[in-house]
Design a protein around this ligand. Sequence first.
Ligand code: NOJ
Length: 552
Amino acid sequence: MKKATDWWKKCVVYQIYPRSFNDTNGDGIGDIQGIIEKLDYLKNLGVDVIWLSPIFDSPQEDNGYDISNYTTIFEPYGTMEDFDQLVAEMHQRGLKVVMDLVVNHTSDEHQWFIESKKSKNNPYRDYYIWRDGKENGEPPTNWGSVFGGSTWQYDEETEQYYLHLFASKQPDLNWENPKLRTEIYEMMKFWLDKGIDGFRMDVINFISKDTSYPDGVNGDGGPFFVNGPRIHEFLKEMNREVISNYDVMTVGEMPGALTDDAKVYTNPENEELNMVFTFEHMNLDCVYGDKWNLKQIDLVELKENFEKWQTSLHSIGWNSLYWNNHDQPRIVSRFGNDQQYRVKSAKMLATCLHMMQGTPYIYQGEEIGMTNVQFDSLDDYRDIELLNMYKDRLSDWSHEKIMEAIYAKGRDNARTPIQWDDSANGGFTTGKPWIKVNPRYREINTKEALKNPQSIYYYYQQLIQLRKEQDIITTGKFELMMRNDDKVFAYKRVGENETLLVLCNFSDQSIHLHDEEVLSYLYDATLVITNEEFEKERNVLAPYESVVYLLR
Ligand code: NOJ
């Protein structure tokens, strides 16, 4: 048995969405050999861990978050030999690999579900959540699914409904069943024994449901499965049975987890998880918790949200830090400026996040400042969530209003292929890509970035390096400054003998700093990193400037 250490506290993670990363066989879909080809690029960036979005067999209803076999590889991505080669090549380079664990649900094409559906007394029936409808024939509850419609799908054959919090092709697993849990733990061991270094756990705080299945207010089932009744028990069991026997990292994706929940999930004494992905900071630019209902971000709210997470978890649990992933629009288009100030604002946003306490996650393409896309035709979009949303809203919203929402928030913004160079399809594939390449590939691509010492890529490289050199980034206490300023995000990281001062201008205006505390530090401090090319007056922040000082 290996003793768990906390190596992940000093690491930077890079997320790969394999479908859109790099295609080596011309079928228009990324593959494992494509990842291997780019390992030196990632090593050079300086990241320590690579998280692979699901690469398992899947009908790809939700691009692999619908798994039909947990221990085989999706054929267009390659073979198990390719995977073993990938892990070996990563480890040779000192890179660790984290896999996606999607165990709230499977695909309806998983053998367990095929069996489960056969009859009420099939041995696998209880691997999923089957219920009779209400007396009036309606579904068992009024809950709405994340991807639209009811969370219940009626099965004519056995005259019952099954639960699916996501698409109807993603039936929820029944974690109440100990046999199912054991199978999942065995599957986890299969991958860990192959030498992987951890798991990112998909919507893991949804696995325990209130088994009385009550109706929700306005169809919101959230209160009955988000951080559900047995969640801590299940995570502790998983930790005891599996995780604790390996020196690996775990991060739980947890929509609806608040700081008080995260303290429990990530406190090492509780032996559950190392860190969680919160969604709070990603829900501030929408109204009524409806991601498509757009609202301008209020910087003061964003700052206070980070402050809450930074201070609540300090010396208790551990934060993960992210702006981007495969479900979120591109940050430079969202909170930065993807036109005149693309490079500057991308660097500013990176600084703001990477100087905080926690483990930073970089999503593929973020390191070159990839932007959102605006396809004219809905036919060019692929994501089930946005396509369903379009259909659902058309009765209330105009086509234009829905497209605005898709341009701002659609998940396909993150899923267009990586722009490797300025050749056809951005060098992603020699075939026809499964989703169109962002037309800005001629200007924004890794080849350009690698040629230019001032590129966003090299800036990320420096930020990653800084985390290795300056312990205060890992350990210092976060203190928000200039709280009510709606353009500048300023904070300190306070250590025993030193303080880091971080100033980020989230606006396209020059800002004269008047805050007395900030001014009192400015002139004695040593410059650590900035996105400004030339030295200038310290008491003025240029548009989208970020600057970090060290005070001893
Ligand atoms: C969260 C994943 O990140 C997302 O891509 C997926 O659609 C849902 N969970 C369902 O697995």
